[in-house]
Every structure is written in structure tokens, then in C-alpha cells.
Write a protein that binds this ligand. Structure first.
Ligand code: KIV
Length: 299
């Protein structure tokens, strides 16, 4: 049966029908296929790829080329989900023109349906420019990992009345500018619930409680592949690290004890070629024996 792709309009309809939006990150072809086939509505190629896959300390070093490379791989594995590519740090900060050029590359060269940018009201002008250029934008407010130095670490945001009011203003400005959805990260549940009820566009929460229109997690957090203690909001659904470690141990042991590969896991000659080879070997052996006899006779 043909699949009906999820669009920004689908997400909007889901919000207004009270249907929870499911979202997850993915960074490569096989996991993108699995996530898509599981029926997840939105796949984010997050710049968290820098930490989860590339081993960086933060998301800051991630480049445009790295994001495009991973977005292309994910796009090749997805048939249904709405694909959002994260714009990396520095790719939308220096000028609107450069931001627009970079955002266009995600849509044109990598198969993304939308881009995501971090920041509140001060990004509203950029969201408007991108929307005018037919590029759908997902906004991201609250704990924005690209602001790690300005925030002095990864801390829950919007905890004072002033900060809460400022977050409400951020969400309103981004919505008015044309954002198709807003990621709410690392904020109190009560604040996320209020933003969600004030916004007509969907909110997707991560560490923002259950009252958002949808939820997103980082793929590697879900599967215990992040090698660090998880944040409070992470629920581990499987222990892939343990699963891989057991299999790797078994593989190393099988190779060391010569129990891998078995005969059944080996290729074999056909009977015909095996017989020809045996005759050929016999002839070669006879020939080399007669040359040895000849050499010995001359000596
Ligand atoms: O990069 C990422 O994975 C994200 C999510 C945490 C929303 O921005």
C-alpha cells in the first residue's frame, strides 16, 4: 500500500485533533529505515550527531558538510516521516543571506523537508525570511545546546517569572514569523504546557513534560548508546550497548578458538572443478618429480 508522507500540515492537523506527534533523531540509513518503518512521524537529523556519532564534546564543532552528509543518508532510508535537518552552529548566525543559502542546501541537496534553528525572538526575522523563501522552519527554544557557553552549561531554562515571560514571547514571535513547529527543550512542565496551549502550531518536547503536542528523544539515548549517565527526561527502551558488547565478545571468542567461520559458512568448489583441480595437482606433482629426477641424474 502506498504510504502517505507526513507533512507540516499533517503535524498541524495532529495537534488540533489531539493526536500525539512522535519524533526521534536519526543519523544514518539503517536507523532511519527502522525509525520510519516504526511509524515515527518526524525524524530530526540533529546536530546531536556531533556527540552521539562523531564523538565531539558538544554540538558546536559540527559542520554544514557533516550535517548534509548525514541528512542525505537518512533521507535515503525514509518514505513516510517528516524530515527535519538541524542547522549547525555558525551556519545561520552571521547573516540572513548566508543562513538562507545554507538552509536551501538542506532542502535542495539532501532531501530535508524543513530545517531547525535554535533561538527565540531574535531569530524571528530569519524564520520570516526562510518562510518567504519556501523553506519550512522548526524553531527550538528553552535549553538550546548551541548556547552552551552563554548558558554556562546545560541547565533547565525558564525558571523565573521573567524568563518564563520571555519564553512565551519567543514562542509567539516564532509562530508569527511562520515556524511550522517549536521544539521545547529543558523547561518546566508547567511552562511547556502553557506554551502548548497558547500556540496554534505544534510543540515537540524534550525534557519539557508530557503536555507538549509531541515528544522527541535522541536515538542513542533511547538505546543506551551514549556512554554517559542519561538526563532525567531520558527513558531507556533497550540496552543496545549491552547487546553489542555480548555479540562482540562472542565474535572475538569464536575467531580466537577457530569456531568461526564454520564449514557451512565457507564457499566450496563444485564437484566438477574439485575433480579437475585434483587431476591438475597430480599432474603438476608428477611433472615436478620427473624434473627432480632429471636434475639429480645430471648432478
Ligand atoms: O540535535 C538534537 O538532537 C536536537 C534535539 C535534542 C531536539 O536538537
Amino acid at each position: 500500500m502506498p504510504v502517505r508522507p507526513v507533512t507540516a500540515q499533517t503535524l498541524l492537523e495532529m495537534k488540533h485533533a489531539g493526536l500525539a506527534i512522535t519524533a526521534l533523531t536519526a543519523y544514518d540509513y539503517p536507523t532511519a529505515r527502522l525509525v520510519d518503518q516504526a511509524g515515527i512521524d518526524l525524524i530530526l537529523i540533529g546536530d546531536s550527531v556531533g556527540m552521539t556519532v562523531l564523538g565531539y564534546e558538544s554540538t558546536l564543532p559540527v559542520t554544514m558538510e557533516e550535517m548534509l552528509h548525514h541528512t542525505r543518508a537518512v533521507a535515503r532510508g525514509v518514505k513516510r516521516a517528516f524530515l527535519v535537518a538541524d542547522m549547525p552552529f555558525g551556519s545561520y548566525h552571521s547573516s540572513c543571506d548566508e543562513a538562507l543559502r545554507n538552509a536551501t542546501r538542506f532542502i535542495k541537496e539532501s532531501g530535508a523537508h524543513a530545517v531547525k534553528i535554535e533561538g527565540g525572538e531574535r531569530r524571528a526575522g530569519l524564520v520570516r525570511r526562510m518562510t518567504d523563501a519556501e523553506i519550512s522552519v522548526v524553531a527550538h527554544v528553552g535549553l538550546t545546546p548551541q548556547s552552551i557557553h552563554r548558558m554556562s552549561g546545560y541547565h533547565v531554562q525558564a525558571r523565573s517569572v521573567e524568563a518564563i515571560e520571555s519564553l512565551y514571547a519567543d514562542a509567539a514571535a516564532l509562530q508569527d514569523a511562520g515556524a511550522v513547529a517549536i521544539v521545547l527543550e529543558g523547561i518546566p512542565r508547567e511552562v511547556a504546557a502553557e506554551v502548548t496551549s497558547r500556540c496554534t502550531i505544534p510543540t515537540i518536547g524534550i525534557g519539557a513534560g508530557p503536555d507538549c503536542d509531541g515528544q522527541i528523544l535522541v536515538f542513542h539515548d533511547l538505546f543506551n548508546l551514549t556512554f554517559s549517565s542519561p538526563a532525567k527526561f531520558v527513558r531507556r527502551y533497550a540496552d543496545a550497548a549491552g547487546f553489542f558488547a555480548n555479540a562482540l565478545d562472542q565474535y572475538r571468542s569464536d575467531v580466537s578458538t577457530h569456531t568461526f567461520p564454520s564449514d557451512a559458512e565457507s564457499y566450496h568448489l563444485s564437484r566438477e572443478v574439485a575433480a579437475q583441480l585434483e587431476t591438475h595437482n597430480d599432474q603438476t606433482e608428477t611433472l615436478s618429480q620427473s624434473s627432480l629426477v632429471a636434475v639429480a641424474g645430471k648432478a
